[in-house]
Design a protein. Structure first.
Length: 165
């Protein structure tokens, strides 16, 4: 059995090239982008925050349904506060002395009036972070906002939320 190696080389190169081309085609077919004309590809995987008009009445996750009506109606639930952290989800440095808050869905910069239903005290905060991540809680306020509400001793308070702006 005498094989002519010189005659096999072009076929081997062609086979290797076709395998490389097929692999590249399969990989590029698998890659999907969610970029749209109004959103560049570099931000394609960043989740969009809901507008105030899209915000549903906040209820614990287990009670939410896909058909929940979306309105600017007041939300009720438990609020907590936090005073530690380096950066917020919006990218700004966390400052416990500012009147800020963390909310799951409201867009960054939204102003929300938080009212303690037991005492009637209220404070307006600006959403600059995401959270709270505990079921049943609707908002985390900064330490300064918690002091304004008088909830620093309790740690949590039943509150009513109204979108101001």
């Amino acid at each position: 059995m005498d094989f002519n190696l010189k005659s096999e080389r072009p076929y081997r190169s062609a086979a290797q090239l076709s395998v490389a081309v097929l692999t590249a085609a399969m990989v590029s077919a698998c890659i999907q982008t969610t970029a749209t004309p109004d959103r560049p590809a570099s931000r394609a995987f960043v989740q969009r925050s809901a507008t105030p008009q899209e915000v549903a009445t906040v209820t614990p996750r287990k009670q939410r349904t896909r058909t929940a009506s979306r309105s600017l109606a007041a939300s009720h639930g438990m609020a907590s506060f936090y005073r530690h952290g380096s950066r917020t989800a919006s990218g700004e440095k966390f400052n416990p002395g500012e009147l800020t808050a963390a909310h799951r869905t409201l867009p960054f910069g939204t102003k929300v009036r938080v009212t303690d239903v037991a005492t009637g005290k209220s404070v307006t905060v600006r959403v600059n972070d995401r959270g709270p991540f505990i079921d049943g809680r609707v908002i985390d306020v900064s330490h300064a906002a918690a002091q304004s509400l008088g909830m620093t001793g309790k740690g949590v308070a039943k509150v009513k939320l109204d979108v101001v702006q």
